[in-house]
Design a protein around this ligand. Structure first.
Ligand code: 13P
Length: 272
């Protein structure tokens, strides 16, 4: 069994997807920082903003000196080369981007990205020194057929190559995001219990296949119709270490409320 003492730093990510104009970014950052600034000095947690790639430079510039970090929504499989339309992880680093989201369900289902491609992107990102949020999640049909764990297990297998190709300690730079596809953008979130069940499964899998130490350290975050009304209950689950928020993150006031409600249950007694 895993230790029940939670030492993992909560992480909250705003996935803007293909939303917002570049010129809208600075105001968002300013507002979010105004809402979270005091909490940052009192508590330990991380916040990521994942804008479209075209916005990264502007968001990075606005974030200078702030504890909020910028994340890309995908990255290429190599530093450079003939890969039209791809974005090099080395360039992301150059733009002060420290994180990248990989294997998002929209990449898997709309653009047919498969586990082998996601594993190559992950390897390139980690080799470049980026941190990665790797997404997994089942479609409704799989859940209804009782195949949720089977699907998650097959997606997690991309970490097997992590074991061979690079040190398990690199997994410390990975956050696993459980995003049930049926909950993304539908308004229907997984219940806190459903989320906990899959998060525990992911942690156990990592414990068995990578190492118990890494599994205890790795943060597993939930995504799918997170809002200010449900973030507290979801974050109260012991294996939920953060949230990956889509639609509700587009408004900095809502995103800040999601974070605060989540931290309240995660860090009971904290001055929030
Ligand atoms: P929604 O929060 O809009 O459901 O999107 C979740 C998501 O895909 C975050 O990556």
């Amino acid at each position: 069994m895993m230790s029940s003492v939670v030492t993992r730093v909560p992480v909250f990510a705003a996935n803007w997807k293909m939303n917002k104009l570049v010129r809208e970014a600075p105001e968002y950052v300013e507002r979010l920082n105004a809402l979270l600034g005091e909490l940052y000095s009192a508590l330990s947690f991380e916040v990521l903003i994942a804008p479209p790639a075209t916005h990264i430079q502007s968001v990075s510039a606005s974030l200078q000196g702030l504890p909020i970090k910028v994340a890309a929504q995908n990255c290429g499989t190599a530093r450079a080369g003939a890969f039209t339309g791809e974005i090099s992880p080395a360039v992301l680093k150059e733009l002060a981007c420290q994180w990248v989201i990989l294997g998002h369900s929209e990449r898997r289902h709309i653009f047919n990205e498969e586990d082998s491609l996601i594993a190559s992107r992950l390897r390139a990102a980690l080799e470049e020194g980026l941190n990665a949020v790797v997404c997994v999640g089942e479609v409704l049909q799989d859940r209804k057929a009782g195949k949720t764990f089977k699907v998650i297990e097959s997606q997690l297998a991309l970490f097997n190559s992590a074991k061979g190709a690079f040190q398990p300690s690199l997994l410390r730079r990975v956050v696993v995001a459980y995003e049930p596809v049926w909950a993304i953008g539908t308004g229907e979130n997984a219940t806190p219990q459903e989320a906990q069940e899959v998060h525990a499964f992911i942690r156990n899998w990592l414990s068995e296949k990578v190492s118990p130490e890494e599994a205890t350290a790795v943060r597993v975050v939930y995504g799918g119709s997170v809002k200010a009304e449900n973030s507290g209950q979801i974050m109260a689950q012991k294996d939920v270490d953060g949230l990956l928020v889509g639609g509700a993150s587009l408004d900095p006031n809502t995103f800040a409320a999601i974070i605060k409600n989540g931290l309240k249950t995660r860090l009971p007694g904290a001055p929030i």
